[in-house]
Write a protein that binds this ligand. Structure first.
Ligand SMILES: Cc1cc2nc3c(=O)[nH]c(=O)nc-3n(C[C@H](O)[C@H](O)[C@H](O)COP(=O)(O)OP(=O)(O)OC[C@H]3O[C@@H](n4cnc5c(N)ncnc54)[C@H](O)[C@@H]3O)c2cc1C
Length: 472
């Protein structure tokens, strides 16, 4: 067994590394244990032939995401605007239509989409992000899927399909898979303590969550934090078991056994439930974490000598409604230098289910056909192509975040962050006071996003410091 530290941090994604960095700043000793042979978790830089990087995981940031933006600034990582110059293209059936803004120009579905966005905006505005289950209508909203709720509000299938398209890459799931309450809470969290969350901020590029990207790729933030932490980070160390004693915690990994006064667990909740806990997690919390499985999402990216679509007045952004396309939305993912040109498509939810099992060749061909519907036939001849299926990642298993089905939030949601020995004291609760939770799924604001991950890491560090008697 290694010598003990003040706090063990399990997971070297943005949340875990942020927590560890804050703890070191506060004079604590830490040991970060990471399952993979790299840091950054759901952020991952793909290195191009010329050494530039492009993001294969989380990438966009925008207004009110001040926690991740502040962290990046501290580390000297700059942002640059995602490309918004030019027209976006809406693909539906055999037609491709150019438009400006974020709402596709579908005349038949326009009334439905207006109704849907109004309802989503109004009801999400009533939700307390810290306790969505307290909404007066919480039970009814939680027992139905988002799709059912929209349809019951007299919104036609065109409107439901378009909401799915708009939220597709944010959820990696169909509107029939997530509870209405959970989707509304997610929207309510797309803001901060001052700016109320909104659908508009969540789905927009300019002025919204897709507004900017990080120079050097988002994984750079984690890589720089890990560099600062140096030997305090151990890679290739999946936590298999956590023992909570009266005097501390012991974490058993493939790379050894580690002892600390406290532990911050900063891994996706469904993976935290796979760790062997002694004493066991309270049954409610275990049940919640096991139901917080991730959406299904992959990113497919094609490389071109230059972003040729920009010359045609196109932004490279495309929105696809139904019709058997693998891609639900696509973006210009060109690095800040301006070349090579990169197009990135999300294949998520229903599209993922159809296309993920096909051969890489079949899928790649279909993705390029989707791109061609938006930027023309030149998309069919890339100089490179790569894809990342996050469901195949052992230490993530899906993306971008947890999808809560009907009934989960109202019955189990309050157990998300509960210090395990705090009230309500039930026969199922057990003493785990030295355990703190972090990770994007543990944040009220920007839950499931990089900003939520950083917020949660900061909060967990504060909790660990408070537990050990405040600042040293
Ligand atoms: C395809 C995709 C696109 C996305 N797009 C965006 C975007 O544009 N903007 C945005 O803000 N967010 C986006 N996200 C979400 C964002 O990437 C995540 O919310 C954020 O990176 C999560 O950070 P985290 O530290 O909470 O978790 P993670 O990044 O998942 O880190 C958890 C870490 O724990 C490790 N781990 C797991 N189990 C164990 C174990 N037992 N022992 C030790 N280590 C373990 C993992 O290997 C991982 O390194 C996207 C995600 C995906 C997958």
């Amino acid at each position: 067994m290694s010598a003990g530290v003040d706090v063990i941090v399990v997971g070297a994604g943005l949340a875990g590394l942020t927590a560890a960095r804050r703890l070191v700043e506060a004079g604590r000793t830490v040991r970060v244990l990471e399952a993979r042979d790299r840091v950054g978790g759901r952020t991952l830089n793909h290195v191009l032939d010329d050494g530039q990087v492009v993001e294969a995981g989380g990438q966009f940031v925008g207004p009110t995401q001040d926690h991740v933006l502040g962290l990046a600034e501290e580390l000297g990582v700059q942002t640059f605007p995602a490309n918004t110059l030019g027209d976006t293209v809406y693909v539906h059936g055999s037609r491709s239509r150019r438009f400006r803004g974020d709402i596709p120009p579908d005349r038949l579905a326009l009334a439905d989409i207006a109704l849907a966005t109004t309802r989503l905006g109004r009801t999400s505005g009533e939700i307390d992000v810290a306790a969505p289950w307290e909404h007066p209508d919480a039970r009814r909203l939680d027992e139905q899927s988002l799709a059912t709720w929209l349809r019951r509000g007299a919104i036609g299938s065109g409107g439901v399909e378009l909401v799915e398209v708009l939220l597709g890459s944010a959820f990696g799931a169909a509107a029939s898979e997530t509870s209405a309450l959970s989707a509304l809470a997610y929207i309510a969290g797309a803001g901060d303590e001052i700016h109320r969350g909104s659908l508009d901020r969540m789905i927009s590029v300019a002025g919204g969550a897709q507004e900017s990207r990080f120079v050097g790729g988002s994984q750079l933030i984690s890589q720089l934090m890990a560099e600062e932490l140096g030997d305090d980070v151990t890679l290739g160390a999946p936590a298999r078991r956590i023992d909570h004693h009266a005097t501390g915690v012991t974490v058993t990994t493939d790379a050894g056994v580690f002892h600390g006064d406290q532990v911050i667990v900063a891994v996706p909740p469904h993976l935290a439930a796979e760790i062997e806990w002694s004493p066991q997690l309270p049954a409610h919390q275990d049940a919640l974490f096991r139901r917080m499985t991730f959406g299904t999402l992959m990113k497919c990216e094609a490389v071109y000598e230059r972003p040729f679509w920009r010359e045609d007045g196109l932004s490279g952004q495309g929105v696809f409604r139904g019709g058997g396309q693998p891609v639900c939305s696509m973006f210009d993912n060109t690095p800040p230098s301006g070349s090579p040109g990169i197009l990135m498509g999300f294949v998520g939810g229903a599209g993922w289910r159809t296309w993920a099992p096909r051969s890489a060749r079949q899928r790649g061909g279909a993705v390029l056909q989707s791109f061609a519907r938006v930027v023309g036939p030149a998309a069919l001849a890339p100089v490179g192509y790569f894809e990342k299926d996050w469901t195949a990642e052992r230490w993530t298993r899906g993306g971008p975040t947890a999808v809560l089905g009907p009934g989960v939030l109202t019955t189990l949601g309050r157990w998300r962050d509960r210090p395990l020995d705090s009230p309500p004291s039930t026969p199922h609760s057990s003493p785990h006071s030295r355990v703190h939770w972090a990770g994007a799924e543990h944040s009220d604001y920007w839950n499931g996003y990089m900003d939520g991950a950083v917020r949660s890491g900061q909060a967990a560090a504060r909790a660990a410091i408070a537990h050990s008697g405040g600042l040293s």
